[in-house]
Design a protein around this ligand. Structure first.
Ligand code: URA
Length: 218
């Protein structure tokens, strides 16, 4: 990824008018970029505050997310990218936040999120909440998948955890949420170490086997 490539992609995202969500947004929320080949946190869609500021996870959920990340020694942007599957706020008729539909997820996710991931090429994706998970694994129920990692068809490891808004409503799950973030940290460190060992020994598996890459999905 060059800075130019990501800047060009972001310019395209922020002027997107490809679907009806252009009518409900104040502005597009493209996401925040961290290092390439790093960690990428993926939520569902901007809410009221994100739509006003153009930045993902700035409301109450965002504060909890930042606390969870700082608990494992990580900081948004410096250490990771934070993206949403959908870039524009979906609203109800009376202007409240609304859960995106499956077709909105597919349309926006395939149009923009996949391209962002292709450029960022993360080692680990963390989906937070059932909606982001549904985009990657449509049949998955978050309650069955949380706290574990999965291999995706496009070759990036995916860890599943709860949305911070869900934890704010179910505070009894806070200990478990802490465990998930510890799990994210150790998985991520393992993936970084594996990569170092592989490149040290010049044992790259690139080109072997049936592994697909994001390019196959674009
Ligand atoms: N919830 C999300 O999933 N994303 C945001 O950016 C804010 C709240």
């Amino acid at each position: 990824m060059t800075n130019d490539e990501i800047a060009k992609l972001t310019e395209d995202i922020v002027i997107c008018e490809a679907c009806h969500l252009k009518n409900s947004r104040t502005q597009v929320v493209p996401g925040l970029y961290g290092p390439k080949n790093g960690l990428c946190i993926i939520g569902e869609a901007p809410g009221y505050y994100e739509d006003k500021q153009g930045i993902p996870f700035v409301g109450r959920s965002g504060k909890l997310l930042d606390n969870m990340l700082s608990g494992i020694g990580l900081e948004r942007e410096k250490d990771m990218s934070i993206l949403n599957v959908i870039k524009c706020r979906p609203t109800t008729a009376d202007n409240n936040n609304r859960t995106p539909t499956n077709s909105e997820l597919k349309f926006c996710g395939e149009r923009w999120l996949f391209k962002q991931l292709k450029l960022l090429s993360p080692k680990l994706i963390v989906t937070i909440g059932s909606i982001a998970l549904r985009f990657f694994i449509p049949s998955a129920a978050v309650t069955k998948y949380v706290g574990k990692s999965y291999d995706t068809d496009f070759g990036i490891k995916l860890y599943v955890t709860y949305h911070p808004a869900y934890i704010l409503r179910n505070y009894n799950l806070m200990d478990l949420y802490n465990e998930h973030f510890e799990g994210i940290k150790s998985l991520y460190l393992n993936l970084l170490n594996q990569n170092e060992i592989t490149s040290d020994n010049k044992r790259s598996t690139k080109g072997q086997g049936e592994q697909k890459s994001l390019t196959d999905f674009l």
